[in-house]
Design a protein. Structure first.
Length: 191
């Protein structure tokens, strides 16, 4: 069982970067690079089974907002190919509520990530992923909790611990799982 190398500190997303992640093709590239970087443009297109021109455009958008960076190159018979990786393996949204643009980008991206998570879950269930037991690879959970500030602090600390510890559990030969955590006020308020 070969463990994956540890990752650097998370990168805090800007509103422009967050908005860029609202596009499914760009999220697919980011998810691929989180698993397999560094890769060339051609490798990204082949792995995602997308046209090279579309991949070139979407990768250019990610490079333009600073989410993807060049990571050296490799020689080929014709010309050297640039290798690409994420600016950091963990990308987090922090202080996204500081501006209206940040809130709008977070709302749009969050909704699209939730929809993508739903599609991923449906594919896993249809493909026969285990739904119970210690090797469960597909599950859904929705908790409605009424928390005060101390309770919210405890919940956020638990989420932070999960985000910090989970990368150390990875194994190159393991099953790729997508864990989507969304925390939102339900909108009812106290009472």
């Amino acid at each position: 069982m070969e463990k994956l190398k540890s990752i650097q500190p998370p990168h805090v997303l800007t509103p422009d970067q967050l908005a860029c992640l609202a596009g499914a093709p760009r999220r697919d590239i980011v998810e691929l690079l989180a698993r397999e970087a560094p890769l060339t443009r051609a490798q990204i297109a082949a792995r995602l089974q997308r046209p090279a021109t579309s991949t070139h455009y979407q990768l250019g958008r990610l490079i333009g907002v600073g989410l993807v960076v060049a990571d050296g190159g490799r020689p080929t018979a014709r010309r050297p190919e640039t290798l690409y990786r994420l600016v950091a393996q963990q990308l987090i949204a922090a202080d996204e509520d500081a501006t209206p643009a940040g809130r709008a980008a977070m709302a749009k991206t969050g909704a699209r990530i939730a929809a993508a998570a739903g599609r991923s879950f449906a594919r896993a269930v249809e493909a026969g992923a285990p739904l119970s037991g210690p090797a469960r690879a597909a599950a859904t959970l929705r908790l409605l909790l009424r928390l005060d500030e101390a309770g919210l602090a405890k919940l956020n600390a638990a989420i932070d611990r999960l985000v910090a510890e989970a990368p150390a559990w990875q194994d190159k030969e393991g099953t790729t799982v997508a864990l989507t955590v969304m925390l939102s006020a339900d909108g009812e308020g106290p009472g």
